[in-house]
Structure formats: structure tokens, C-alpha cells
Ligand binder design. Structure first.
Ligand code: HEC
Length: 221
């Protein structure tokens, strides 16, 4: 066989390619699979945070913001530790983004607070003079769709085995039973906010989009 290959350079080259590719695959693929695993003690996002992630997608924050800190000193000095692939294990889809008109937001929860976000989302240039970020005042009026976020949690639990607790399960009754937990979390965020529209909606058992969005931003650490 070897002598035959030596006399047929084309097949010899093909055989070498096959052997090297195969060896490469068994070296590289398991490493990818390992790096993509969730970090130890990492929890999936709460239903409120998932609803906030939907607002982030809907209002297209990704057009100007990335969520991926690269391992360069200039970035780690500014934003904190560089991002690891395991941190996105429960994000479906992940929102890395590729445009940075504004700063990276992957660790924004470490250095901005609820009341800062509230004032900034309402009117960015008032908080950061010269900011070109648009105002998102409508998020104080629009109500977040927490029921769909709950359904999303049930889906990723069933399909991808995302480790949600037994209380996250399909069915209208399960959702009705879980709803107070979401409202409780929303109330805690709203307690740090000043806007009257937010207070009014929360007292009626509704969650304004901005509250869900801030829950999500605070979870980015
Ligand atoms: C047109 C581009 C643009 C869009 C769209 C945009 N932003 Fe921004 N964003 C900016 C710019 C520029 C800054 C930096 C100036 C400032 O802080 O306002 C910024 C800053 C921020 C900051 C502060 C970051 C820091 O490190 O201080 C947060 C938080 C933020 N944006 C969240 C959002 C969210 C949430 C959305 C979507 C609802 C969004 N942005 C949409 C351009 C944008």
C-alpha cells in the first residue's frame, strides 16, 4: 500500500490531508465543546431578565453595542475581565454584536446602577453630555411581555436542558403560579426608580419594558 502511494503523488497528498485533518479534528473539537460549557455555579437568566433581553433585541441595542470583551489590555482596563465562551452557554441567541458605536455592555452590571440606567435610558445626553445614543422613553410606557419570556424559559428547559427549577413548566396554571415571583423581582428594581409611570404600572401588576431591560442589564456581569 505504501509503495503504491509513493508512486502516486496525487493519492499520497490526498492521504496525508485525510490523516492530518482527522488528527486535527479530534484535537480541536473536544476543546470547543469543553470551552462552551457553562461556568461553574452559573445560573440561567430569570424570567424578568429574559423579558429584558427581548427588549434589548427588539429595540436593537446591538446596532451600537457589543457584549464581548476581547483579551486586550485596553479592553480589560476599561470593561473588566475578558469574556469566556462558557458565559454565553445559556444565551440563545448570544448577543455578541459586531458594532461599537457605544461601549461594550458585557459587564455593565458591575459599574452602573438601576437609577443610573433609568435616567440614562430616558435621556442619554442629559447624563452623558454629547451622547448620541437615542432616548428610549417609550420603554417607560410599553409593557414587557413576561408571559412569552416565561414560555421561552420553559422551551429552553425542555429542549436544551437549561437548568431551571421544577416550578418552570408548561401550562397556564404553572405560569399563573409563577407570575408573582416575576412581579416580586420587578418590584425590587422599581423601588430604586423614580418614574411615576413605572410606579403606577407596577402597582397594577404590570411590568414596564424599562424595568425588565434594567433587570437584564444588571445581570450582565
Ligand atoms: C445609535 C447608537 C446606539 C443605540 C441604538 C444604543 N446605544 Fe447605548 N450608547 C450609545 C453611545 C454612543 C453611548 C456612549 C455615551 C453614553 O453613555 O450615552 C452609549 C452608552 C450606553 C450605556 C452606558 C455604557 C457605559 O459603559 O457607561 C448603556 C448602559 C447603554 N448605552 C445601553 C443601551 C441600550 C440598553 C440600548 C437599547 C435599548 C442602547 N444603548 C442603544 C449608542 C447607542
Amino acid at each position: 500500500m505504501f509503495h503504491w502511494l509513493e508512486k502516486n503523488p496525487f493519492f499520497f497528498a490526498a492521504a496525508i490531508s485525510i490523516v492530518i485533518s482527522f488528527a486535527g479534528l479530534i484535537e480541536i473539537v473536544p476543546n470547543f465543546a469543553k470551552a462552551g460549557r457553562p461556568l461553574v455555579d452559573m445560573k440561567p437568566r430569570t424570567v424578568l431578565q429574559l423579558a429584558g433581553k427581548e427588549v434589548y433585541k427588539k429595540d436593537n441595542c446591538m446596532a451600537c453595542h457589543s457584549q464581548l470583551i476581547r483579551p486586550f489590555k485596553s479592553e480589560t482596563d476599561r470593561y473588566g475581565d475578558y469574556s469566556l465562551s462558557g458565559e454565553y452557554a445559556y444565551d440563545r441567541p448570544f448577543l455578541w454584536g459586531s458594532k461599537r458605536t457605544g461601549p461594550d455592555l458585557h459587564r455593565i452590571g458591575n459599574y452602573r446602577t438601576t437609577d443610573w440606567h433609568e435616567a440614562h435610558m430616558k435621556n442619554p445626553p442629559k447624563i452623558v453630555p454629547g451622547s448620541i445614543m437615542p432616548a428610549y422613553d417609550h420603554q417607560f410606557e410599553n409593557i414587557a411581555d413576561i408571559e412569552t419570556a416565561y414560555a421561552e424559559a420553559v422551551t429552553v428547559k425542555n429542549v436544551f436542558h437549561t437548568p431551571y427549577g421544577p416550578e418552570i413548566k408548561s401550562g397556564k396554571e404553572a405560569w399563573e403560579a409563577y407570575k408573582p415571583t416575576v412581579l416580586e423581582e420587578a418590584k425590587k428594581i422599581a423601588a430604586d426608580m423614580k418614574d411615576e409611570r413605572v410606579k403606577a404600572a407596577i402597582s397594577e401588576g404590570k411590568v414596564p419594558e424599562v424595568v425588565a431591560l434594567i433587570a437584564y442589564l444588571n445581570s450582565l456581569k
